[in-house]
Design a protein around this ligand. Structure first.
Ligand code: C5P
Length: 399
């Protein structure tokens, strides 16, 4: 792997183990650039890491750069991973709060590379509600964690907070770097958000979908190197950088956009909450209430997923979603068969989960392999689990 990892080292006593992390990445063929916090540089000389890594350790945000380039920005663009080991409660808090007052915290904000954090601190600090909230916030942003271990701590206490084994940190880091190209050469079509079926220019039929899940899925497809087409119903979200976003309004428009993208797609993920009904008659100008009368006739919209499921070629993988209020698994299994999908991702809606929330809990039903259930995860984390399964199923199709 001809890539560079930035290894952030902050001032936990466990920082001596970071030497092994440098070695581990190097053994895998990665270049390592160590970035120390000023406090870490008080505990141990940056020279130790410079000698090990064979590159100058960075500590000072305002040091005269070697070239005319602004170093934290150029490094931010160059790296395949930012791994922070050990990460103190302070660094985690700054990451979570967006504070950027040294090179490491500035690099965190400047990079779009994946971030892996291995926390190390006293148990009380690790279990403090503030630290728990900071970690949860970062997880929701897509930061991944290697959990600390339980054992003897530098302060003399026994408990959670020891830096994880360097081998485990390196293993996780390599997995993340490998994933960044796992869908290279593939095209992924993702649908997201609700559709709006108009009655007239000021009234429509829709649902509470905000598009968060679909946007996270598109982001994940881009992160894995796929050429990504995001067909999005009306949402207030910023489209992920690197995806080709096609904005649509109605189910009919969504169907058209999907049919256009489908022939080139290796994977289709239908996360959109397509409105099942539309008005039989629509009007070009606002209708008066009296004109409309007591009832309105509706008709079914096209079932896009079922259509793509029927048109699917042997190499293509089609994923549907099932948002249900009851009998979640039974409905998901029915959909898998009825729509000829390869995977159905089921989630319960209502009571704090589902539409518009940041978190979700999913059950993944596939034609082959086991039923997979996640606990409550951020939609960012859930999209990773879903794509891991998509890749596993793609691999089976290849064989
Ligand atoms: O049948 P149901 O609407 O419950 O199925 C949900 C799945 O089917 C989702 O993946 C959704 O995107 C897709 N769907 C569709 N076209 C519709 C309705 C749902 O593609 N008209």
């Amino acid at each position: 792997m001809n890539k560079t990892v930035a290894l952030g080292v902050s001032s936990s006593i466990g920082l001596y183990k970071a030497c092994e992390v440098v070695r581990g990445f190097q053994k895998a063929g990665l270049g390592v650039r160590v970035v120390m916090t000023p406090n870490a540089a008080k505990l141990i000389s940056p020279l130790l890491f410079s000698s090990l890594a064979g590159t100058r350790t960075i500590v000072d945000l305002f040091a005269e750069p070697e070239t005319r380039r602004i170093e934290h920005i150029s490094l931010a663009k160059e790296i395949a991973l930012l791994c922070v080991a050990p990460a103190t409660a302070n660094v985690i808090g700054k990451f979570a709060g967006g504070v950027a007052d040294d090179f490491l915290t500035t690099l965190f904000l400047a990079t779009r590379a994946p971030v892996l954090v291995a926390a190390a601190m006293n148990e009380a600090m690790f279990l403090h509600p503030r630290t728990r909230a900071n970690i949860a916030r970062l997880k929701a942003l897509g930061v991944e964690f290697v959990e600390p271990e339980k054992g003897y701590l530098a302060c003399g206490d026994e408990g959670w907070g020891r830096l994880a084994d360097p081998e485990a940190i390196v293993r996780e880091g390599l997995r993340i770097v490998g994933r960044s190209e796992s869908l290279k050469g593939k095209t992924v079509l993702v649908t997201a958000g609700p559709t709006r079926e108009p009655l007239d220019p000021v009234r429509f039929l829709s649902n509470p979908s905000t598009g968060k899940m679909g946007y996270e899925l598109a982001r994940e497809a881009v992160a894995r190197g796929a050429a990504t087409v995001l067909v999005s119903g009306p949402t207030g979200l910023v489209p992920p950088a690197g995806a080709l976003t096609v904005r649509v309004r109605t189910a009919a428009e969504m169907e058209k956009a999907c049919l256009e993208a489908f022939p080139k797609a290796d994977v289709v993920v239908m996360a959109a909450a397509v409105s099942d009904f539309r008005f039989k008659e629509t009007r070009g100008r606002k209708a008066a209430k009296a004109e409309i009368g007591p009832s309105l006739a509706v008709e079914r919209t096209p079932d896009i997923l079922a259509r793509l499921g029927r048109a699917k070629k042997p190499g293509q993988l089609v994923v549907g979603f099932a948002a249900e209020t009851h009998a979640v698994l039974a409905h998901a299994r029915e959909k898998l068969a009825a729509k000829n999908a390869d995977i159905v991702v089921a989630n319960a809606v209502g009571e704090g989960l589902g539409f518009g929330t940041d978190d979700t809990a999913v059950r993944i039903v596939a034609r082959t392999g086991p039923l997979q259930e996640t606990g409550t995860l951020s939609k960012r984390e859930a999209s990773r689990v879903i794509f891991d399964r998509i890749e596993a199923e793609l691999e089976k199709k290849r064989r």
